[in-house]
Design a protein around this ligand. Structure first.
Ligand SMILES: Nc1ncnc2c1ncn2[C@@H]1O[C@H](COP(=O)(O)OP(=O)(O)OP(=O)(O)O)[C@@H](O)[C@H]1O
Ligand SMILES: [Mg+2]
Length: 302
């Protein structure tokens, strides 16, 4: 524990310089997961520092959800190691992860649509007052706290009495983010929070991702969308077929390069080469090896 202490001080000093990230709160080292004979994830290195947004990108089936299920305690890794604050861990449930400050917000959010916003905010952790057996819900304090926490994150809702079901998808994500922050999350994992949202709503969610980072949380932002990732991300990890295809800091990669990776840049280049041999196929418009050369300086997994 003493070592961790000195690490943290060093990290804080470096962060003041404004460049290096804080010490990793969560870290995967060569981690992998097999479901029976299906190897969904293999040899993945990922660090989640405090006060940084780590984006995990990848196509369908790339292993994004599997990765965050390991970190959030829903599944156990079957290879490599998973460390929290530098100590190897093996969570039995999301509750274990939450006890260590790791909270995940899923697409379906586990909110109750018919209950008011404030009630959802405290779902499962209701505030009470008075001694047993006359203990009652402390409604006033819950409303007041939910209101303050939402405002602190810059989230303004007209009425906390309105059922969560009447909020937009983006607003619901925001309530879930503020809730995680209030209950002491240090790592916030968001699985495709913008996938079902329009441009404006996505912008709102991105704003709160940035707000969570400002509050010092380590955010893991899972997305298909390189544009959304690049707007808020400090580090980018691209998964392909269960392995880490790219791991790059913001200063090591441009949006174009990231987009190319997401579009399967290397595969497209190989396909272009093959297609060029086929009569009647015009490969001019396809990106080739030259256009993709810009990513050569970025080492996968580095
Ligand atoms: N419970 C499971 N049992 C067996 N195979 C699984 C299970 N969950 C995921 N897989 C497989 O693991 C691989 C990675 O899946 P995963 O859900 O992690 O991908 P993803 O990147 O989240 O995809 P998407 O973008 O579609 O959400 C896929 O081949 C998938 O079929
Ligand atoms: Mg998924």
């Amino acid at each position: 524990m003493t070592e961790e202490g000195s690490d943290a001080t060093e990290g804080a000093a470096v962060r003041k310089a404004g460049t290096a990230p804080g010490p990793p709160v969560a870290e995967l080292r060569g981690a992998g997961k097999s479901y029976g004979t299906v190897r969904a994830l293999h040899g993945v290195d990922l660090t989640v520092p405090a006060g940084r947004v780590t984006c995990v990108l990848g196509d369908n089936g790339a292993g994004k959800s599997t990765l965050i299920k390991i970190v959030s305690g829903l599944h156990r890794h079957t290879e490599g190691s998973f460390l929290v604050d530098g100590t190897p861990v093996r969570f039995d449930s999301p509750r274990d992860a939450l006890d260590r400050g790791i909270a995940a917000v899923y697409q379906d959010l586990a909110t109750v649509p018919l209950m008011p916003v404030w009630r959802n905010f405290f779902l499962g952790s209701e505030l009470t007052r008075g001694p047993w057996p006359v203990r009652r819900l402390d409604i006033a304090r819950m409303k007041e706290t939910a209101d303050r926490e939402l405002r602190d994150m810059g989230i303004v809702l007209d009425d906390l009495e309105q059922p969560v079901g009447t909020l937009s998808g983006g607003q619901r994500q925001c309530v879930a983010i503020a809730r995680a922050v209030h209950f002491g999350a240090r790592v916030l994992i968001l699985d495709e929070p913008t996938a079902a949202l329009g441009v404006r709503q996505s912008g709102v969610v991105l704003k709160y991702i940035a707000a969570a980072r400002e509050r010092g949380l380590g955010v893991v932002f899972i997305t298909h969308n390189p544009h959304h990732a690049y707007m808020v991300g400090d580090h980018f990890a691209v998964l392909r077929l269960g392995t880490l295809e790219l791991s790059a800091g913001r200063d090591e990669i441009t949006l174009e390069e990231l987009t190319n990776h997401m579009a399967g840049g290397a595969e497209l280049a190989a396909l272009k080469h093959e297609l060029a041999q086929v009569r009647g196929v015009d490969v001019h418009g396809l990106p080739g090896a030259a256009e993709l050369g810009g990513t050569a300086g970025v080492t996968p997994g580095g």
